[in-house]
Design a protein around this ligand. Sequence first.
Ligand code: GLU
Length: 290
Amino acid sequence: MRLKKGLVISAIAIASALVLSGCSDSGATSSSDAPVAATTDFAAGTTMARLADAGTINIGTKFDQPLFGLKGPDGKPVGFDVEIGKIIAGKLGIPASGINWTETVSQNREPFIENGDVDLVIATYTINDTRKEKVSFAGPYYLAGQDLLVLAGNPDKITGPEDLAGKKVCTVSGSTSEKNIAAYTTDIIATDAYSNCLGPLRSGEVAAVTTDNVILAGLADQNAGEFEVVNNAFTEEPYGIGLARDDTEFRSFINDVLEESYADGSWVNAWESTAGAVLNTPTPPAVDRY
Ligand code: GLU
């Protein structure tokens, strides 16, 4: 696995390469301008037909995660998850201006889908069996892995989760990160959003922040010189697009869209105009049509 500046890492994780040390806040606010279908022809009664007729779609994403979903100065989110949303909307004939973005935090993603508050959640959202009891997932469209963020210079010499015994860690409620880290330490601050963990890390209240490597990479990049990612991923986090549990037609449509985006270059464009400012371009994962 090769980082952008040519550093070779031997991570066993399936996750992609991590943030570069010394790479300052690169913004990643551009957009890939996903194409918008001029005409669409969906079977009556499908979610696709309803959304195409309405000309709008409600999508939940994160608003505080640089590289994947970060609310920009104009009030609109930017990032790789946002670009994936634009690709899907475009195939429904809906332009970016027709997307209503709603902030979802980790713990409200299932209820927002179940209550119909959003049509889709695209929010660094790991596919797993527990969540599949409530929602369904298209994808995966990216493979991340859980890692640790520490102060620059790594003063506590933390090399992996085993080094956290007896140390306090910050993470987010309702995330897989919260569940996974409980196997290593019981001293956990669980907040609503990962950005809330940076203050406690700065002050020394916690020794580390834990979540997916790419989220941590974005936070490190946003706060240049303050933090570093340990770069030793210890879980697999396949990112899926959450939607209503029984909407098999919509799930299948989105899986088709993802595969088309892999083939026509729009997935790579989406990556390179956002997360690609900091992270190497990965190979897209195979879609799982369970
Ligand atoms: N991907 C993990 C999850 O879905 C952690 C990141 C997040 O909380 O969004 O729980």
